[in-house]
Design a binder for this molecule. Structure first.
Ligand code: SF4
Ligand code: ZN
Length: 762
């Protein structure tokens, strides 16, 4: 163990704990101990403090015992003689640093100093379906950095972390040698779908400044989160790590050791320290090492070799100018490779032959009208996509043909009609997989930096940015992307892929007719696909890497609670990977067709949940409901007074009649345990005739987040009609009209909601 690192980390820890104590004294004097403290939109209080000490801090006064604990963790500086610095002391001081850092950020929130102001800066946020013409949309705060990550985003990324699309996160602290190097480092990480958390500075200059100056889009959608320009804000990365363990690992606040081990084993994160490392950074790094996150520095510092706290080395020094490479860009690339190696991050990169960066991190990128070279679909033109299977001898693998003119002749910001037709063949291919594969076109095309894809089928909408067009991106590249990705991701069922891109109006007409016939056929097939029409359901245990006892049971009429996997997806996935997370479950004997009990399901659930679940009722929320991991799209919860249930969307952060927000509710649902009366579901399950059908079905919904009503208006209207009351949706309250039980009951009376007249729900 390096005496130098120990000395500096311990010194840094002492200084920060003292600073936190002074700030707290001042705040207590000025604001009083009862003043509320909180990070926005989280149910985990101040997460690092909560996870490590179990103290649910909600008021300033509660920070006192926290800082006392931090002080108790401090050790004296190593003496020059005799004493051999011990890693344990340094790690303790690192933990004290984290507690102090989080306390300081919490106090800054009280004073309105967090998130950090950044004039003229705008976060890239919102969902993929935000209209690009509205700019970033969503919850972006003009003129602020991001600050802590909210629970909603944590859950959104959860599914990508578990299915491996997102291999881990990098906490980047400091500033790169140049802006060019800063951009290169981030692009390299983005291409590997590694989340970039950005913090800190060197002499006032932060990598955040560097990226903003270079026009790099920062925000949730591009996997780059600017926390703050000081070192302390890096604490938000560890808050994210702690919450991963609490949300998906079913751990509780105060289980410090388990939380740290969970991170070491399951969260592939590392710290990249750019530029000079001061005492505070050493101290914070010591904190991160507790989590099993190694530190890689681009300057000369002593290294710490493996002792078991992290998987490989603890601290690695890779002085930037000494890295081999023909220029700084190559050096930056090597630096990133080193980080990945040291943490052992598992990465699956598909080389996609396009002239722009490519990776899932670019999926959420928005191309605004002003930055646009051309668009297909949307308001002014039409675009469709269609994938179908053909016999092996009728597909020429790798052929990409553009039929009609390219967009070179179309004026800037113009539009044109487009048809993308993909023909696939493979011995393992089935017609049922066509829609599953077709849906991937959205993700695959979106992965190209500067290309945006929205929608599917004949309402696809694609934009190509000027920057991408200048780099040489053209229509043929759309086909190249699809060819590469279908082989990489679906190689087990697809042997050949041929793509034709149509811009010729006559040919578009002709193919659009074909495509629409197929869409209709598929709709009909989906409608016929009921739980009664099949002999097997599918399991999904993908989330067990995070929630070890959770199993989703997926039937034709009930999709996975994350919304990402339906029965057909699982069937395809099983064919691609027969020993993978989606296994067919033979139904066996039906014990109760109303509540949805089958012998086969119960047996499977018992084994796959490692004995925590004995029985699962497919169609009831009141009795043995399905468990949840953490990535559900909605929470359904009983409101006994209203004789019905409420449905809260993950995107809704407002108060609900249950007296809790989504974040707080989510804490009750996850972790793979059954809680009668509460359930996590995928939003399309709400539309299913099998939605809590044993408890009275959709008519039990008395309250629903307005965002669901808006985004699924048409589908919900169809459900209301099916239920025999076309006005039903307007009888359901939402957060605009009722946030207490009293308000809810008044609303239901006034709007004559059917649940009031239904038999008691229990
Ligand atoms: Fe996780 Fe269930 Fe989605 Fe599978 S279907 S990824 S287990 S939430
Ligand atoms: Zn999950």
């Amino acid at each position: 163990m390096s005496r130098y690192i120990a000395t500096r980390a311990i010194r840094g820890a002492h200084a920060l704990v003292t600073e936190a104590e002074l700030m707290l004294q001042k705040a207590l004097a000025e604001k009083g101990p009862e003043t509320p403290v909180a990070f926005p939109n989280t149910a985990y209080y101040l997460p690092v403090i909560y996870g490590m000490t179990g103290i649910p801090v909600e008021k300033l006064g509660q920070l006192e015992p926290v800082l006392q604990h931090a002080r108790a963790l401090l050790h004296p500086l190593p003496s020059e003689k005799r004493w051999t610095p011990y890693l344990g002391e340094t790690l303790d001081c690192g933990m004290a640093t984290l507690l102090a850092a989080e306390a300081i950020e919490a106090i800054r929130f009280v004073y309105g100093l967090q998130p950090e102001p950044m004039p003229g800066f705008r976060l890239a946020g919102g969902t993929a379906f935000t209209s690009p013409d509205n700019g970033a949309g969503g919850e972006s705060l003009d003129g602020h950095l991001n600050g802590p990550i909210d629970d909603i985003q944590l859950r959104t990324w959860g599914i990508q972390l578990v299915d491996g699309r997102m291999p881990g996160f990098a906490a980047i602290i400091g500033a790169a040698k140049s802006n060019e190097v800063a951009v290169k480092i981030v692009r390299e990480l983005q291409q590997r779908n590694i989340l970039c958390f950005l913090a800190g500075n060197v002499n006032g200059r932060s990598i955040i400044h560097q990226l903003i100056e270079e026009g790099v889009e920062l925000g949730y959608d591009t996997y780059t989160v600017p926390f703050g320009t000081d070192t302390i804000s890096a604490i938000y990365a560890l808050g994210f790590a702690v919450r991963s363990a609490l949300t998906f690992g079913g751990l509780k606040g105060g289980q410090a050791r388990e939380i740290l081990l969970y991170n070491k084993d399951r969260v592939f994160a590392f710290v990249l320290a750019l530029g000079e490392v001061d005492d505070l950074k050493y101290a914070a790094a010591a904190g991160a090492i507790n989590f099993g996150f190694p530190v890689i520095a681009d300057t000369v510092i002593p290294e710490i070799l493996p002792t078991g706290v992290t998987t490989y080395e603890h601290v690695v020094s890779m002085p930037f100018n000494e890295i081999e490479g023909k220029d700084d860009l190559e050096r930056a690339e090597r630096l990133v490779q080193k980080c990945i190696e040291v943490r052992g991050v598992k990465i699956k990169v598909t080389k996609v032959p396009v002239p722009v960066p490519y990776g899932s991190a670019f999926e959420g990128e928005v191309v605004r009208r002003a930055d646009m070279r051309i668009e297909f679909g949307g308001k002014y033109s039409r675009a469709f996509e269609y994938l179908y299977m053909a016999p092996l001898n009728e597909v020429v693998d790798g052929r990409v043909e553009v039929v009609g003119p390219g967009f070179e002749e179309v004026p800037e910001q113009g539009h044109m009609d487009l048809g993308i037709v993909v023909k696939v063949a493979g011995r393992g291919m089935q017609e049922d997989f066509e829609p599953v594969l077709e849906r991937q076109i959205h993700y695959f095309i979106n992965g190209a930096s500067g290309v945006q894809h929205i929608g599917q089928r004949d309402i696809a909408w694609i934009r190509i940015s000027k920057a991408a067009a200048e780099k040489g991106f053209n229509l043929e590249h759309l086909g190249k992307i699809l060819h590469a990705r279908f082989h990489a991701d679906f190689g087990a069922i697809v042997d050949k892929v041929e793509v034709t891109i149509f811009t010729d109006p006559d040919r578009i007409e002709e193919w659009l007719r074909e495509a629409r016939k197929a869409y209709d056929r598929r709709n009909k097939r989906l409608a016929d696909l009921t739980d009664e029409s099949v002999n097997e359901f599918y399991s999904c245990t993908l989330c067990q890497s995070f929630a070890p006892n959770h199993v989703c049971v997926i039937s034709p009429q009930r999709l996975g609670l994350c919304g990402a996997y339906n029965w057909l997806d699982c069937k395809a996935s099983y064919n691609i990977n027969p020993t993978g997370p989606n296994q067919p479950i033979k139904l066996g004997t039906c014990i109760d067709p109303v509540k949805g009990y089958w012998t086969g399901i119960n047996e499977y659930a018992r084994i796959a949940s490692h004995g925590t679940v004995e029985e699962v009722a497919m169609y009831s929320i009141m009795e043995n409901p399905m468990t949840a991991c953490g990535c559900f799209e909605c929470i359904v919860m009983l409101i006994p007074e209203a004789n019905g249930v409420m449905v809260v969307s993950r995107e809704d952060s407002s108060m609900t009649p249950a007296g809790m927000t989504f974040s707080t509710l989510a804490g009750m649902v996850g972790g793979g345990i059954q809680t009668p009366g509460v359930m996590g579901v995928g939003k399309y399950y709400l539309l299913s005739p099998k939605f809590i059908s044993a408890d009275g079905g959709f008519k039990r919904v008395v309250w629903m987040s307005s965002i669901l009503k808006e985004t699924m208006a048409e589908e919900l209207h169809a459900v209301a009609t099916r239920e025999g009351d076309p006005e039903l949706i307007s009888r359901i309250a939402d957060e605009r009209y009722a946030v207490t039980v009293e308000e809810l009951l008044a609303w239901l009376e006034e709007h004559d909601h059917p649940a009031l007249a239904m038999p008691p729900i229990f």
